[in-house]
Design a protein around this ligand. Structure first.
Ligand code: G6P
Ligand code: ZN
Length: 557
């Protein structure tokens, strides 16, 4: 590219371009402001010095994705990037992008997504930078990007005709090589190398085969799901729903939980479908839900870890297991029984990446409907769904007719059951949320709660420990403080309070409650029933209702 083509545009910094764990997420209207997107992309390049780089570009196809890809092409060409690998129509699910970065040894990638947040002109957009291991950029890079956004005065681009993103093949833009690739193919190959598709297929088409329903919530996973369930596993069209990806996700909230994935829950219950699943907008989250059997994500990762030996990828054994702190302890018991290393990390997938790169972690999960393994460096919704099918297929070889519920009950019998639930109070005032946190901090500091006993509908809970969770990364020694406030009770129950790091408006308070039992009479109980008393106590201790002025949570998962 001749330097003459490069146009230098003067600009001024925008406030608040601080990328969080999952990149910069804002309303589309904010990204559409003059120079806003360009500033952030240039700030990424100013931070990572991309001369000679190969970068992967794509996202969940939400509104504003296509203009954003064109802007990235123009700015990348001016900043000396060597090659861009772009998903056809600008599409890559987040796990697929992570795989492409790793498989083609790219230097990094720019992912265009706001994950499970709604899309469309009045909703959210996001830009996230991933590094060469395929995972989200670590904080030292995101901090640098933020610093650059605060002092940016110009960005560079090459003007030229728009690149046709709909044509697979190689092209170029002002000397920048561009490969437009099929977003699904490599990902499907990856899953086929991990799971026993032959076994799954013969199970699903055999005498104990179960009906399957996958709901893409009109997010990016639609084409991936069709390739897996219809084209590869030979299931009927009716096994996928809401699998046409739409830029506004059909007006829905593409988050696979009991509240937002009601289209799946209703269809599963109506049709008494034994195996249902859903994924979020960008394909990294998952929910497993069969008729009358919801698998809480904390149990899901524990079950997958326990059954790992039936998944070909894990035939060599497990390197280690991990969960985020607020996730229930179900997987801890599996790690103990299998005698493998175990880690408890702060919320955020990036914390698992270091452990995987060091060869110490195989399977991990978070209560926030994220499950995955070291096959890539993002959580992976469809991976978890196919893992469950692989497990069911293996279980049915031993015992025909085994369903999700049987797997869960067998798991509880072997390890005990961790009742788990999360209450979300969304878009509360930041001020009120911080006041609540401060009050808890004070009680933790003076340890005044210790040994206090609280009565509830289901018995007494005595506070045994109260602390703030801090984490020291065992690989690089970095310390992350204030990752949540934890109360432990004498019976082993636990309550965690945490402020969400991903909301785009006000503050979101999360309350996580967990109670462990080995009493078989409780294994089939409803979660809400199992946790009733503990929730009462958590609300009373935190004075949550008084501080936040909310009688009920926005979402219960
Ligand atoms: C994103 C991250 C997850 C994390 C979640 C937490 O989805 O990728 O790793 O668990 O955010 O969100 P929160 O709103 O609780 O901070
Ligand atoms: Zn997501």
């Amino acid at each position: 590219m001749s330097k003459a083509n490069v146009k230098v545009v003067s600009t001024k910094p925008y406030e608040g371009q601080k990328p969080g764990t999952s990149g910069l997420r804002k309303r589309v209207k904010i990204f559409q402001q003059e120079h806003y997107t360009e500033n952030f992309v240039q700030a990424i390049f100013d931070s990572v010095k991309p001369e000679g780089f190969t970068l992967v570009v794509g996202g969940d196809g939400r509104f504003f994705s296509k203009p954003a890809v064109q802007k990235i092409i123009a700015i990348a060409a001016a900043n000396g990037v060597k090659k861009l690998i772009i998903g056809k129509d600008g599409i890559f699910s987040t796990p697929a992008a992570s795989n492409i970065i790793r498989k083609y040894k790219a230097n990094g990638g720019i992912l265009l997504t706001a994950s499970h947040n709604p899309g469309g002109p009045d909703n959210d957009f996001g830009i996230k930078y991933n590094v060469s291991n395929g995972g989200p950029a670590p904080e030292n890079i995101t901090d640098k990007i933020y610093e650059k956004t605060k002092s940016i005065s110009e960005y560079k681009l090459v003007e030229g005709p728009e690149v046709d993103l709909s044509k697979i093949g190689s092209t170029e833009f002002a000397g920048l090589a561009i490969d437009i690739i099929d977003p699904v193919k490599d990902y499907l190959e990856l899953l086929e190398s991990i799971f026993d598709f032959g076994l799954i297929k013969s199970f699903l088409h055999g005498p104990s085969g179960q009906k399957v329903l996958f709901d893409g919530l009109h997010g990016v996973t639609g084409p991936y799901a069709r390739a897996i369930f219809v084209d590869t596993l030979g299931l009927p069209e009716s096994s996928v729903q809401n699998c046409v990806a739409l830029p506004d996700f059909g007006g829905g909230h593409p988050d696979p939980n009991l509240t937002y994935a009601h289209s799946l829950v209703e269809a599963v219950e109506k049709g008494q479908i034994p195996f249902g699943a859903a994924s979020d907008g960008d394909g990294d989250r998952n929910m497993i839900y069969g008729a009358g059997a919801f698998v809480t994500p904390s149990d899901s990762v524990a079950v997958i870890a326990d059954w790992a030996h039936v998944i070909p990828y894990f035939k060599g054994g497990l390197k280690g297991l991990a969960r985020s702190m607020p996730t229930s302890g179900a997987i801890d018991y599996v790690a103990k029984a299998k005698n493998v290393e175990f880690f408890e990390v702060p919320t955020g997938w990036k914390f698992f990446g270091n452990l995987m790169d060091a060869g110490r972690l195989s399977i991990c999960g978070e209560e926030s409907f994220g499950t995955g393994s070291d096959h890539i460096r993002e959580k992976d919704g469809l991976w978890a769904v196919v893992a469950w099918l692989n497990i069911l297929a293996a279980a049915n070889q031993d015992k025909p007719g085994t369903g999700i519920k049987d797997i869960l009950l067998a798991h509880y019998k072997k390890y005990g059951r961790s009742f788990f639930s999360r209450y979300d109070y969304e878009e509360v005032s930041s001020d009120a949320a911080h006041k609540m946190v401060s009050a808890l901090d004070a009680a933790i500091k003076d340890q005044s709660l210790i040994n206090q006993t609280f009565d509830s509908a289901t018995g007494e809970f005595a506070v045994a420990q109260a602390f703030v969770f801090d984490y020291t990364d065992p690989i690089d020694g970095s310390v992350s403080r204030n990752q949540g406030q934890v109360l432990r009770f004498a019976d082993g129950s636990r309550v965690v309070f945490r402020l969400s790091g991903t909301g785009s408006q006000g503050a979101t308070v999360r309350l996580y409650v967990e109670r462990y039992t080995t009493d078989p009479s409780q294994f089939e109980k409803d979660t809400a029933e199992g946790l009733k008393g503990l929730i009462e106590v958590a609300l009373r201790i935190s004075k949550l209702k008084e501080f936040l002025g909310r009688d009920k949570p926005t979402v219960i998962t």
